[in-house]
Ligand binder design. Structure first.
Ligand code: HEC
Ligand code: HEC
Length: 392
């Protein structure tokens, strides 16, 4: 797996012992989007006790935490401490598991440096596979079971004889309502409900706003404040109540920013062909017992892939999987679209489920108004809104 392998530099300033402070992750060159903007806050500036995972913005640091959780099957509070639930300051405290995790970071870095030329071939997932204690003995039940075919991390080549990229994308545009209608859609303002782990899967009101070609905002009105994500065409942010994120406002960078851009642009599918580059077709797969056509593209040449799954019968987009780099590996985010309905002659999904390493949420729209004027400030850097002071 060489997905966006970022150069991880090991600088042994210590002696033979595992000197944790000796490992420095140098941020690989990632071209600053939209020119020389103010630099995003780095993890070690935002947090109190960051010893290894330095030099990356807060969002990428938290992606790394998501990667840990997904790989080891541990919750945030399991590795940190019981008291850290509801108190972000406690995340700075060291626990035996946190220390162990630091040793593991050092080990993985050394493995990749020593045996794989610095390429990120071994990650936490390689051994842990979602469990706290990796298995060491081969499992006969796995050997003798009908293995589900795992999807490759990347689609390598175009399959011969299948549909072409253009055929699949043209069918998609056709089933949405045709190129003319699709290009006539230039904005929408939707209302509906949001449910996720932070609402204990209770539905709360949500607003989804989008303006062509590439602005999008989602504002979930949680009990203790608004959880807002915006993308203004260049920059993106997350604003969330204190209960949800260690910082009230997090600037999106790297893969998080690319992901926001892809989602904003694909809100207006007329531009799908130009949005991604390096298109490839995969073998058809099954989702919910229905055959889907699989395409892969990239926002930038050499960037992380975006995978798109189109229902072979209806032609509609049913799944998008995008990837985000973290310091120790690549995290997937999956969005499943359903309940397509007509809005001004264009089929739009009224329901989607976002699944990522840090949670799963469902958005269900009830009212979508097309081609309404939306103030640009809605897509700008949000002001965190807290509705009541959290108990701690
Ligand atoms: C497998 C263990 C593990 C899991 C699971 C984990 N973390 Fe961490 N976390 C760490 C380690 C180790 C550090 C310190 C990193 C360093 O020193 O560079 C850390 C540091 C942090 C910090 C910085 C605290 C400070 O002030 O110094 C925050 C915030 C944080 N984690 C949040 C989270 C969140 C949110 C989750 C769940 C998505 C999570 N962590 C899951 C191991 C873990
Ligand atoms: C080469 C295989 C391998 C890789 C890669 C690996 N681990 Fe481990 N990890 C282990 C093994 C084996 C254990 C169990 C050690 C034991 O039982 O004492 C373990 C234990 C742990 C534990 C302690 C669990 C407990 O219950 O005591 C944590 C936390 C952990 N690993 C986190 C990580 C993180 C985070 C990463 C990625 C940075 C990672 N590991 C990568 C093999 C690996």
């Amino acid at each position: 797996m060489t997905l966006g392998s970022r150069q991880v530099v090991l600088r042994a300033t210590g002696m033979i012992c595992v000197c944790l402070l000796g490992v420095v992750f140098a941020k690989g060159q990632s071209p600053a989007q939209g020119g020389a903007q103010q630099k995003p806050l780095l993890a070690e500036q935002a947090f109190k006790n960051v010893q290894l995972l330095k030099g990356v913005p807060v969002d990428e640091f938290l992606e790394t935490m998501g990667f840990f959780a997904a790989s080891t099957g541990m919750n945030c509070t399991e590795c940190h401490s019981e008291e850290s639930g509801g108190n972000w300051a406690k995340y700075a405290d060291d626990t035996p598991l946190k220390q162990k995790a630091r040793m593991m970071i050092v080990m993985v870095t050394a493995l990749n440096q020593g045996s794989f030329g610095g390429k990120r071939m071994v990650t936490c997932w390689t051994c842990h596979r979602g469990t706290r204690n990796p298995r060491v003995i081969p499992d006969l039940s796995i050997q003798y079971s009908d293995m589900l075919e795992a999807e490759p991390d990347e689609i390598l080549a175009q399959t011969s004889g299948g549909s072409s990229v253009d055929q699949i994308l043209n069918k998609y545009i056709q089933s949405l309502g045709g190129a003319q209608r699709v290009s006539n859609l230039t904005s929408f303002a939707a209302k509906g409900t949001y449910a996720g782990y932070e609402t204990a899967f209770q539905k709360v009101p949500v607003d989804v706003l989008a303006r062509a070609p590439d602005q999008r905002a989602t504002i979930a009105h949680l009990l203790d404040g608004d959880s807002t994500s915006t993308f203004d065409g260049h920059q993106g942010w997350l604003a969330a109540p204190e209960t949800l994120k260690p910082m009230p406002l997090i600037e999106l960078t790297g893969g998080d920013l690319d992901g926001a851009k892809v989602e904003a642009k694909l809100s207006f599918p007329g531009q799908i062909k130009q949005t991604l580059t390096d298109w490839r077709v995969g073998f058809p797969e099954m989702i919910d017992n229905k055959e889907v056509q699989v395409l892969q593209g990239r926002l930038t040449q050499g960037g992380l892939p975006v995978k798109l799954y189109f229902d072979s019968t209806s032609g509609l987009l049913v799944r998008l999987v995008r990837y985000t780099n973290s310091l120790v590996g690549v995290n997937p985010t999956q969005i499943d679209y359903s309940d397509y309905r007509d809005v001004s002659g264009v089929q739009l999904p009224y329901r989607w489920i976002v699944t990522w390493t840090d949670g799963r949420s469902t958005i269900e729209l009830s009212d979508v108004r097309a081609n309404v004027p939306i103030d640009v400030t809605k897509f700008a850097k949000p002001t965190p809104i807290a509705r009541k002071v959290a108990s701690r």
